[in-house]
Design a protein around this ligand. Sequence first.
Ligand SMILES: [Zn+2]
Length: 517
Amino acid sequence: MTTKRKAEKVTPAVEATEKPAPGNTLAAASAAGTTPIRIRMYRQGLGDCFLIILPGMSGPFYLVIDCGVVLGTDQNGIQKLKDAVNDITKETGGKIDLLVVTHEHWDHVSGFSQAKDVIGEKWDVTQVWTAWTEDPKDPLANKLRAERQKAEEALRVAAIRLNEVGATDQGNRVDSLLDFFGAASGSTADALAYAKGLAGKNLRFCQPGEPPITLPDLPKFRFYVLGPPKDERLLRKSDPAKGEAYGLDDGSTASNAMFINALKRPANAIAQDAFAEDATLDNPFEGRFQIPLNRAQRLQFFDDHYFGGLKDGSLTDLKTTTKVHDQSWRRIDGTWLDTSETLALALDAATNNTSLVLAIEVIDTGEILLFPGDAQAGNWLSWQDLKWTEEDTKGKDVVTTGPELLARTIFYKVGHHGSHNATLSQKGLELMTRDGLIAMIPVDHAMALKKRWGKMPLPDLVDRLNTLMQGRVLRIDDAATTSEELEAARPATTSPQDWEAFTSRIAISDLYFELSI
Ligand SMILES: [Zn+2]
């Protein structure tokens, strides 16, 4: 893959003077002390908060991408997010040149509520970027947002109903998924709205495939917008098909179809059902054929067959050959609400898929820093067809494609905390073939476990990242909080020299990892 710079149509305020030397890379520039790029991942818990410091025209250019931690994080974690905001304030002097908010989930925006006082008082934000899906003037964005809002409201009701019918496990799972939207209906939308307003009118709704964005203060960089796609079909495709990602088996592929189908049903119909008098979601029986649960329990027949313990010893567990007494498995009272868990998953995935995806290009070297938010399968797939055509200095067309940007990637912020559906394989990570690729995963597995998301991060994906990058993968929940600990964590397959070359570029504390390139 060539590292030659593509001539750009959009002329930066200051021309990059030297032609890149063949083989010029960020690492070489960094060694020469000429291109200090710093990427700081805060360690507040399960959520994204990044400070990226780029060499600008008039000193450091400060870019913040997202600022949040998942709902249910304890006070220590919330305090850590506040510490992160204070640290950003200290590092930048409050001058935030660009604030990017990838999507409307609490674990990406909670800071704009929890640390609003500091941000409001001390941050001076020059401009804010979000995805086109946040544009109130975009009809498709408005349609999708209205759908999601109705589904969220319906699910809040469904979670209560699940608890009422005794399906507390499911109720809790739906609640966990709704936590992405904050403690109460609208709280995440409010935090996002606050962030969007931080630069007044300097709010940009980024469009996939628009000409690369250049900023006068940042002549050596430009921004490609990869997603979210404008194609509704891809926008609704959250989960990868078999073979498109890591660690997928037939089971998960089957459930993928369920998630997608759940969203196909208009959310407003679901909402109407949830609020209807007979309060059923897909209830197969008309009201006159139903007996309320609490009444059934008091009737002898139902008590004998569905509620009380089975006394006649007529049932035996096939595996253990012990007699079965508990009859709760015979009841299907909460089963109709299974849909709500599926819908909750689909709703979260649909919101993740509205993530703004930015590829930040170092113009001199063509190298890419990839920040995909929590983009899921359909978002990733849409990058395959993206093309940017620009004229070079001789008036000849030069085409840059989505896959080419992936091939030039040297830093990858792993999508959706390392989930199964947010890093594609052949049309994603396997295309990132540059030597020296480094990844950061904003994940806290202990917290994910509390949320019952046991496969966050997905072990198969983490393994593949580590193999491809020889262990150059930093996680928020990494045990190391000092340089010595990080140095000692060298994978057996990585040479001491290579590990030293990597760790010497990392500043580490319990508050953040900072990578210099
Ligand atoms: Zn997230």
